[in-house]
Write a protein that binds this ligand. Sequence first.
Ligand SMILES: [Cu+2]
Length: 139
Amino acid sequence: MKHLLFALTCLVGAAQAAPIVNNATIRLPLPGKTVSAGYFSIENPDNHPLVLQSASSPMFGLIELHHHIEVDGMLRMVKIETLEIAPKSTVHLQPGSYHLMMFRPTTPLTKDSKVELELTWADGSKTHVTPTITSIPKS
Ligand SMILES: [Cu+2]
C-alpha cells in the first residue's frame, strides 16, 4: 500500500497546473473597420513557463498575437509568434501591451455576439473562454 501511495503522489506532482484566464473582453471594431482587439489576463500557477501558442475562434478568419513596441518614441504593433508566461506569474493582455488582433469576422461583431475563443498552449492543451464584448471607451 505504501508503494501505491508514493506512486500516486508522484503522478499528481507531475501534472501541470492549468492556466487561469480571466477578464476576457473583445473590443468592438472602430466605425467602418472590422478588426477587433482581444484582452484578458493569463495566470500561470505552475512551476514551469507557460507558452501561449495561438488563439482561434469560429467567429474570426484569423487571430494573431500582437505586442506593442516603442520605435522612435511611437508605439507600434508587432506580431509575435508566442507569448511566454513565467512560472507563478500573470501576464495582462491590455491596450498598449500584448493583445489579440482578430481579423475577418464571419458576421459583424455586436455587443450581443457570443464569441467562443480557444487558446492553445505549447503542450497542446487548450483553454476555452467566452469574452465579453465591449465598446471602445470614449476618451
Ligand atoms: Cu494589434
